[in-house]
Design a protein around this ligand. Structure first.
Ligand SMILES: [Zn+2]
Length: 96
């Protein structure tokens, strides 16, 4: 990690303290992705499986579309103290 990238993650996104201020110089970068089910595609694939009588055959014969779509992706910095503390997962994403 180069200096400029390190400066972007100098503060913990959970406690808002500077990384290393508590004495522990370890930190983490956590990538959080949120998805939503693609219900139309799931229903279409399920219908094909019922028609063919086999989910495995439907998997081969189907269009192989995404069953869930990525709606948000966020990378946060977490200090060594916060990584062991219970955290609401919603705190890890800005849009949740
Ligand atoms: Zn922290």
């Amino acid at each position: 990690m180069k200096e400029e990238e390190l400066r972007e993650c100098a503060v913990c996104d959970i406690c808002n303290e500077k990384i290393g201020s508590g004495g522990n110089i370890n930190f983490y970068r956590v990538n959080v992705k949120s998805y939503v089910f693609n219900l139309n595609e799931m229903q279409r694939q399920d219908g094909l499986a019922m028609f063919l009588g086999s989910p495995a055959l439907a998997r081969v014969m189907g269009s192989d579309e995404d069953m869930a779509k990525l709606t948000d992706e966020n990378t946060i910095t977490v200090c060594a103290d916060c990584i062991t503390a219970p955290v609401l997962l919603t705190a890890l994403s800005e849009d949740l």
